[in-house]
Design a protein around this ligand. Sequence first.
Ligand code: ATR
Length: 271
Amino acid sequence: IAQYAVFGNPIAHSRSPQIHRLFATQEGANISYRRILADRQRNAFADAVRGFFASGAGGANITVPFKEYAFDLADEHSEQAQASGAVNTLIPLPNGGLRGDNTDGAGLVCDLQTHLQTSLRGKRLLLLGAGGAARGAVCALLDTGLAELVVANRSADKAQVLARRFGIAATGFHALPPNYFDVVVNATSAGLNGEVPDICPAVFGQCVLGYDMLYASDKTAFMRFAAASGATATADGLGMLVRQAAESYRLWRGFTPDADAVITALRRRPR
Ligand code: ATR
């Protein structure tokens, strides 16, 4: 049976095996998908991945903190991977090499459009954060016909670096205009400590969707902050997680899973 895995450190919390097994059930396929806790050291990670593919694996997902290492390891790259400098999906090539792709941005865009019930065309979007999660999102967001994409980060200089790379606008948290953005996406890791980015509540004054890339069984701190500040709707990142997984699955197997059915199942059965 076809072998898949997700490499990360830590990895015990990963829901990817559960998600991909549900996709396989939809396809009527028998696959194996496991978590692999990789050593944080670059060469050890590369050896583990190469060993996995040498044994005939059908594909791998890569998560924190290895997405840049996976980029370096891949022999060729999709446009999304190239633009973000990070790889979350490895696909074996017929010649024995590896193709690196990045489905995080596509997963986010697809989920935002589902929550908005329309496209992002003409919208003003604020992206909070300038780390790996934000960087993975920018390239896909730029393809959606947004009227404006602004990146803001606690350390403004880091936002400038990201913005310059993609030719978009950047600011610190305190220079953000009130009542301006239609969609606000939280790509910071503040929520991991129960914190929210220190932005003025008025930033949400015209906001129709406050979106947190994190997910939890309850509303996240960012979702509660956005709603209390006037955002019409909020969402967590479970949809993004399932949709990036669905895109990886399609790249490996040529089968497009029904992501909505899996999102519904996971909400009903959190673990
Ligand atoms: P990830 O891969 O999750 O993006 P990362 O690359 O370490 O992780 O980036 C973390 C991001 O969350 C950064 O943008 C960081 O802001 P700084 O660059 O100013 O450090 C942001 N972040 C983390 N904790 C935060 C907090 N409490 N408030 C606001 N931003 C925070």
